[in-house]
Design a binder for this molecule. Structure first.
Ligand SMILES: [Zn+2]
Ligand SMILES: [Zn+2]
Length: 234
């Protein structure tokens, strides 16, 4: 039931656009695992953050930034699985902006494949010293991006929470109707349940943008409080 990172045949591009309280959020799907890359923009200052960097996302991001006259400030990574970091080095070179990741996931960003997942194509590693921690707040123009540490799918998985806009970027911790795979070599299944409880405590109307698949809300995923019972056998 849990979504894996298997390579699928198609490579669709998807873009969803919405505006909410001084904020632009755009979602593009790219790469062989149909991974979402998310662009957050402050409508007042035009400052933007790029969340996750699947293969082929850099071209989409460049076009989107141009279209909305946005100025990229930072690359934020929900975790370091290959399908979320493939274009990170390319984006870093294009914009010369910091890349943020939780320290527990930094090794696979520096040495892709060190998490013992197979790589289907070469990925350039990148060293960063911009580390994320639980409760950290990253200002982006008038917006505030809060970090929620959600280990489980990976040891250093995080979600990004825009409290004022009630928007959560959930990476591979939570998808519409399911959770991230807990059987990969670096997964920490025992930590996932507490991570999901943190998300369950967010306002029910919170819009959730996952690392794969469509948008959902915390209300629609209220089952995550009981996720341990549902998924433990996996
Ligand atoms: Zn993942
Ligand atoms: Zn993924």
């Amino acid at each position: 039931m849990a979504t894996n990172h298997g390579v699928r045949g198609s490579n669709p591009l998807r873009c969803e656009v919405s505006m909410q309280h001084l904020m632009i959020i755009k979602v593009f799907t790219a790469g062989p695992a149909e991974t979402n890359t998310i662009l957050i923009g402050c409508t007042k200052t035009r400052k933007a953050a790029i969340v996750d960097a699947p293969l082929g996302s850099s071209e989409l991001i460049v076009q989107a930034l141009k279209k909305d006259s946005l100025i990229p400030q930072m690359i934020l990574l929900t975790h370091s699985h290959w399908d979320h970091i493939a274009d990170a080095a390319k984006l870093k070179k294009l914009f010369n902006i910091p890349i943020y990741i939780h320290p527990e996931d930094a090794e696979n960003l520096e040495r892709p494949g060190s998490d013992r997942l197979p790589l289907y194509f070469p990925i350039e590693g990148i060293k960063t010293e911009n580390y994320l921690s639980d409760g950290q707040i990253l200002p982006l123009g008038e917006l505030k991006i809060e970090v929620i540490s959600t280990p489980g799918h990976t040891p250093g998985g995080v979600c990004f929470w825009l409290r004022q806009q009630k928007i959560l970027i959930s990476g591979d911790t939570l998808f519409k109707g399911t959770i991230g795979n807990l059987s990969f070599p670096t997964a920490r299944p025992a930590l996932m349940w507490e991570s999901l409880k943190k998300l369950a405590d967010l306002p029910p109307e919170t819009r959730v943008f996952p690392g794969h698949g469509p948008e959902t809300t915390i209300k629609d995923e209220s089952w995550i409080k009981e996720a341990k019972k549902m998924f433990e056998e996996f």
